[in-house]
Design a protein around this ligand. Structure first.
Ligand code: NI
Length: 263
């Protein structure tokens, strides 16, 4: 399988949980060969058999390598980003993980036991989603403590977001694109302002609010609406004569809020 097929495969399954991604694909007439995607983000926990390095291994086999490390103190996350060594037009991969030693024993035990039998050894597993039943009472307790953890509990392993690379569309900038999305009634994440970051730091980002998915819980008769995945938008700029390729933690911190319930 070629790298581009791997990415397109992930994009196709991501659209199932993220109808707004399909809308945006139509709006921009995105096709497979285009450099439309800045990065793909995954979430996990810092457990040796499913931690961020384990997910990274799959991409390393396809020619990506780790280029950056990040820490989100408040959200109790560590993250890495990977870039492809040969083809700079392939998306970066952003993988974050919840630091279990820093969460409550309830969250730690729930997540460890839930994902105990998951194994992320090959590319098909990047889309494995959730294979366990979910409990509403536990979910609600988890939401209170960590929205990030509650998303992982419900959705398991699949891309959390794709990121439209605005530089690929010379007629657009992130501001004009956001206006286009608002006209299409795509709801935007306004935590910390719609547009995060600044040209002088090399990166401006925005994101939609996550789409909604109805989930069946083992302890509830009716399905319950839960925020699923969102789409991010990134415009990159030169810093000291070079196109900035990293991430800004203070912006990413606000982007994480895109899977927060709007209520
Ligand atoms: Ni992102």
């Amino acid at each position: 399988m070629k790298e581009i097929d791997l990415i397109w495969d992930l994009w196709s399954s991501y659209k199932i949980n993220t109808p707004s991604a399909g809308k945006i694909q139509d709006l921009l007439k995105i096709n497979k060969e285009e450099y439309f995607n800045d990065h793909i983000a995954f979430r996990t926990i810092n457990n040796p058999h499913i931690g961020k390095e384990r997910i990274a291994e799959i991409f390393i086999k396809y020619g990506w390598e780790i280029r950056g490390e990040y820490h989100f103190q408040q959200k109790k996350l560590d993250a890495i980003h990977l870039e492809h060594t040969k083809d700079i037009n392939l998306p970066k991969i952003f993988i974050s993980e919840l630091i279990l030693e820093q969460v409550s024993s309830f969250a730690r035990e729930l997540l460890s036991s839930t994902f105990e039998n998951y194994d992320l050894c090959d590319r098909q597993k990047l889309n494995i989603g959730r294979k366990h039943p979910v409990n509403f009472t536990k979910y609600q307790a988890l939401v209170k403590e960590s929205e990030y953890a509650s998303w992982l509990y419900i959705f398991g392993f699949q891309p959390n977001h794709f990121t439209i690379y605005i530089n690929n569309y010379p007629e657009l900038n992130i501001e004009s694109f956001v206006n286009l999305l608002l006209k299409e009634r795509i709801s935007m994440n306004t935590f910390g302002g719609i547009i995060k970051g600044h040209e002088k730091f090399g990166l401006k980002q925005a994101s939609s609010m996550a789409d909604i998915k109805y989930i069946k819980f083992e302890d509830r008769k009716k399905e319950f609406a839960v925020p699923s995945c969102y789409v991010e938008f990134a415009e990159r700029f030169n810093v000291n004569g070079e196109l900035f390729s990293g991430f800004i933690t203070s912006s990413a911190d606000k982007i994480f809020e895109s899977t927060k319930n709007k209520k």
